[in-house]
Design a protein around this ligand. Structure first.
Ligand SMILES: [Fe+2]
Length: 248
């Protein structure tokens, strides 16, 4: 091999062809009609089919729970998941479906925690998200309360919070408090913004990403997932050995 082809070979990163090594996706909005995700059972089945085709054998689906918009409780989520499992069985689609939630850190969360009504998955993981305009004033207290109750918080898409795009140490601080990080795969496609993509790559380079999540709400997410699969940073992350998706 001449030096040029050796160099080209070394620097050509083969795209990610499948998410099968992850085994499980841990963030999606697949239960019909309970948040801004799937709007009908037919739409849900289509999303699950596409996720299965991408290689996932298990889906932990995570409807929004937020006090001012989606007041989903554990019973509603569980019965929605049961209906989806039934429809999947009727359609002959084999895939493991588990329901948890994406809890917004707001004034409703301590109430749910107090009642012992949180839906967790894996090793007592609870997926949490933050407001998009400013971080909650009681963020650290709320995270500590979750941890004191035996949960491990996973922060959904840390790369998407604009107020930290130029404050990377804030993300490092959260990591230092024992919070796990879930990157949205499509952030690497550049879909949200250039800075979201840049922050994603920075988190990957720093070895700070614990989980990947599709955050699928509708079928428009799939071309973006495919675009992200072409990104060398995704390949790097999937080869890094830091991801825990397969453990849930
Ligand atoms: Fe989400």
């Amino acid at each position: 091999m001449n030096p040029l082809s050796r160099w080209l070979n070394k620097n050509r990163s083969a795209p990610v062809g499948t998410f099968a090594p992850l085994q499980a996706d841990i963030h999606s909005h697949l239960i019909p009609g309970i948040d801004d995700g799937a709007k009908s059972m037919a739409a849900s089945l289509n999303l699950v089919k596409k996720l299965k085709e991408l290689g996932f054998r298990k889906l932990v689906t995570t409807p929004h729970v937020m006090v001012d918009l989606y007041r989903n409780d554990a019973d509603r989520i569980k019965s929605g998941a049961e209906a989806l499992r039934k429809a999947l069985a009727e359609a002959g689609m084999e895939i493991e479906l588990e329901a948890a939630a994406e809890y917004k850190i707001d004034e409703g969360l301590p109430v749910l925690l107090e009642k012992g009504k949180l839906l967790s998955f894996g090793d007592n993981y609870v997926l949490v998200e933050l407001p998009y305009y400013s971080p909650p004033l009681d963020l650290k207290e709320q995270l500590f309360a979750l941890q004191s109750a035996g949960y491990t918080p996973i922060l959904a898409h840390p790369e998407r919070y604009v107020y930290w795009h130029r404050e990377f140490p804030k993300l490092e601080e959260l990591k230092g408090l024992g919070v796990l990080f879930q990157l949205n795969t499509i952030s690497l496609s550049g879909h949200y913004s250039r800075l979201t993509k840049k922050t994603s790559e920075k988190l990957i380079d720093a070895g700070m990403v614990d989980f990947l999540g599709s955050d699928v709400h509708n079928s428009q997410y799939f071309p973006l997932l495919e675009k992200a699969m072409q990104e060398p940073a995704l390949k790097k992350l999937m080869d890094s050995g830091t991801l825990k998706n397969h453990l849930v």
